[in-house]
Design a protein around this ligand. Structure first.
Ligand code: SAM
Length: 234
């Protein structure tokens, strides 16, 4: 059975799109969507030998070798032009996901949808999408086994639309998640704010420097934004 986290990613894959799942590890996601008949064909990409072997084994065990091509390589380099309409990248940090997209930019010409699930730092992905002409069309925030995850769905064009007049907050909190403000969102940002306050207190005890002052200013700005967002809800 697929995790609720990956099921949430799968939910946004359009029927009959071919996908590439980058950093696929056991290839659970491509196996699931091929078996369900959601996608006719998929690539499972992995850069590390161990997970690459796990992906191959899983695809063989499920007798899906005709429908899932397991490939070893860094990021989007495993994709040939025009092979897929959708790319999924899940279970990594947001800055790693953004760097994979940046490095593989030229592979995105024929791709219509990106489904990205950062474990942390979704802001890095939102920033990359905005700067590269990809518009967010949906977002979800979910909790599984005590961990909170975000899922970001993007298509080409309309990159500014979802942010309306609230770019700075939108990039940090997510434009859709911000307007929805569900209890998981609330929980996440209360906890982040607590972390920031702890770091701020430590910085206040450390010796003064330009770098220190800049870090404090940045933290105070984020704390203020979180407070505004969280109090909006009451
Ligand atoms: N996507 C699966 C999931 O969400 O359950 C597996 C997540 S696992 C924590 C992250 C995987 O990404 C690891 O197997 C790692 O080897 C792979 N990975 C990291 N950087 C990569 C890159 N540049 N290209 C391809 N795979 C990468």
């Amino acid at each position: 059975k697929l995790s609720y986290r990956l099921e949430t990613v799968a939910k946004y894959i359009p029927q009959d799109y071919r996908i590439a799942d980058i950093g696929s590890d056991h290839a659970y996601l491509p196996c699931y969507v091929v078996q369900k008949g959601i996608v006719p064909w998929a690539i499972a990409g992995e850069v590390v030998e161990g997970p690459y072997q796990s992906a191959k084994r899983q695809v063989e065990e499920e007798e899906l070798i005709e429908k899932i091509s397991v490939r070893k390589g860094d990021g989007l380099e495993v994709i040939e032009e025009g092979e897929v309409e959708c790319i999924t990248i899940a279970g990594m940090g947001g800055s790693l996901i953004a760097s994979i997209l940046e490095k593989g930019k030229e592979k995105l010409t024929h791709v219509k949808r990106l489904i990205l699930q950062p474990n942390i730092s979704a802001i890095s992905i939102r920033t990359w999408l905005l700067e590269n002409g990809w518009g967010l069309i949906a977002e979800e925030i979910i909790e599984e086994d005590g961990k909170i995850y975000e899922v970001l769905v993007a298509e080409k064009g309309n990159e500014k639309k979802s942010y309306q007049n609230n770019l700075e907050k939108g990039l940090l909190f997510g434009p859709y998640l911000l307007s929805e403000q569900n209890p998981i969102f609330h929980k996440k940002w209360i906890s982040e704010k607590k972390n920031w306050l702890t770091i701020l207190a430590k910085l206040e005890q450390a010796s003064d420097s330009v770098e220190n002052r800049e870090k404090k200013a940045e933290l105070m700005k984020k704390i203020k934004m979180a407070e505004e967002v969280l109090s909006d809800e009451e």
